[in-house]
Ligand binder design. Structure first.
Ligand code: NOJ
Length: 512
């Protein structure tokens, strides 16, 4: 387990939308390099960069056509190497986005695989043996070439599924993970990992990590596959950090990932907190965190002490948190996000409360996700400081609101969301009880009208976090003694006759 994960706090960058330094209307690697000081000053010490590889961009780069080449619109491989070096010199680690489940239809492997003559790539993708048979339970590509078969798709129709084999084989064309084709796919993906790790990247966020082995309802085949990758990394790159887009930590961590994200889909109840009709962090008192807490506790138990369950502020696939929560409420949500165990992930722009931009036409396969991918708002100059291109040239339009938040204004306002995020990250670093692997114990599970309270514990210190998003005061039983506050927002909790009373719409971190 890489030591740096003990206190890693991640910032997710969607490269298209971060900073455009060559006035072509789209962000680039140099833009990320230019903003490394900004990122470091906020306190982040790790990055996840969404796919920045050659691609026809039918799905924002999650449709790779060359795994080992930076997309020219972002720069060159040399620029990415420079980014690694510049980041490292500031104490920032960099994860790239690995998309092992599928490629673009334009990938040379797929072009070869479509050929009717048997070749080295015939079994690189999941093909049936007749154009008339579809792979069960999956979409497919058919009739695109003279190969007599249908090719499974992993996500959109332009993303053919790479072949890692089937866990349960029910048709003659399905292969076992041990067959030559699937083994070659795995070796090819290891080579991709070697390539970037060799150039200085610090690990990967893995796209759709649960999707690799097909017909694998309990994930056993896919877990076994990731265990092979774990063995390879242990051998060759033991310091590489791996975080999965899986959403089931008990499975992914067993597969050898260090971290797993909770997602806006899957069993975690993540949405109950931030994104539903009555999110827990809203002030209606109707929100309910208890199902989240129950599932989280269960996952933590199964994941063990080492594995990190990562709760993101958002990502490029979900609505911005600001669509559901106002600034006051977001401050409570951030108190939670930055005091929970696991490595926190903050989506670019969430640190200033960037909004979901309603009504945008889909760009690069974004569909409703497009509104969460609008260009970063740096200041009040043209295009909010994102780009010098004319506004029509921006690849996604800016948030048109006159009062859209921006970094410059928030830096100048000590009460801003920006400063809150900065303060909380600094506190997290300063208090070892708040580090990623330090222990935790729930005291109150945030049932409707109730506070969410949990202890964070390590040998050196003990802290209690109390969050009451409700518009009414909340009280909770607590056997310990509430000590001095380390941080509060919206009011300070008090203890009376053993009970803690938390002010309406408040959060705090206390010594105990
Ligand atoms: C998950 C990614 O986060 C999303 O943006 C992408 O569209 C799909 N996987 C397919 O790769």
């Amino acid at each position: 387990m890489p030591k740096w994960l003990d206190n890693a706090v991640f910032y997710e960058i969607y490269p298209q939308s971060f900073l455009d330094t060559n006035a072509d209307g789209i962000g680039d690697l140099q833009g990320i390099i230019n903003k490394l000081d900004y990122i470091r000053e906020l306190g982040f010490n790790a990055l996840w960069i969404n796919p920045c590889f050659a691609s026809p961009f039918g799905d924002a780069g999650y449709d790779v056509s060359d795994y080992c080449m930076v997309a020219p619109r972002y720069g060159t491989n040399e620029d990415l190497k420079r980014l690694f070096a510049e980041a490292h010199s500031r104490g920032i680690h960099v994860l790239l986005d690995l998309v092992p489940g599928h490629t673009s239809v334009e990938h040379p492997w797929f072009r070869e695989s479509m050929k009717p003559e048997e070749n080295a790539y015939t079994h690189r993708y999941v093909w049936t043996d007749s154009i008339w048979e579809s792979p069960e339970g999956m979409g497919c590509l058919r009739g695109m070439s003279q190969r007599d078969g249908s090719c499974a798709v992993n996500f959109f129709s332009n993303q053919p599924a790479l072949n890692y084999g089937y866990y349960e084989i029910t048709r003659p064309w399905q292969q076992s993970p041990e067959d030559e084709g699937p083994r070659a796919t795995l070796e090819a993906m290891k080579s991709v990992m070697r390539f970037w790790l060799g150039l200085g990247c610090d690990g990967f966020r893995v796209d759709m990590a649960a999707s690799l082995v097909k017909n694998d309802p309990e994930g056993k085949g896919t877990i076994a596959l990731w265990q092979k990758i774990r063995a390879f990394l242990n051998e060759e790159y033991p310091e590489a950090a791996m975080v999965s887009e899986w959403g089931e930590p008990d499975k992914s961590l067993l597969g050898g990932f260090h971290m797993d994200f909770l997602l806006h889909f899957g069993p975690s109840h993540y949405n109950d907190l931030f994104r539903c009709d009555h999110p827990y962090f809203s002030d209606s008192g109707l929100g309910d965190a208890s199902a989240f807490v129950a599932k989280y506790q269960e996952s933590r138990k199964k994941a063990g002490k080492e594995g990190l369950i990562c709760i993101p502020s958002g990502n490029h696939d979900m609505f911005r948190i600001a669509k559901f929560l106002n600034e006051e409420q977001r401050k409570l949500a951030f108190t939670f996000l930055l005091t929970m165990p696991g490595a926190p992930f903050v989506y670019y722009g969430d640190e200033i409360g960037m909004r979901y931009v309603e009504g945008l036409t889909s760009v690069e396969g974004g569909y409703e996700r497009t509104g969460s991918r609008s260009p970063m708002q740096w200041d009040d100059s043209i295009n909010a400081g994102f780009s010098c291109a004319s506004a029509e040239k921006l690849y996604i339009a800016q948030d048109p609101a006159a009062d859209r938040p921006n970094v410059k204004a928030q830096m100048a306002d000590s009460g801003s969301q920006y400063h809150q995020v900065k303060t909380l990250i600094a506190l997290r670093q300063a208090h070892s009880a708040l580090h990623n692997r330090s222990d935790m114990r729930f005291v109150c599970d945030g049932a409707p009208g109730q506070a969410l309270a949990y202890e964070r514990l390590c040998d050196e210190e003990k802290l209690l976090v109390v969050i009451n998003p409700n518009g009414k005061a909340a009280s909770l039983d607590y056997a310990g003694t509430l000590g001095q506050p380390v941080y509060t927002v919206g009011g300070t909790a008090v203890q009376e006759n053993g009970r803690i009373i938390a002010a309406p719409v408040s959060a705090g971190i206390y010594r105990i």
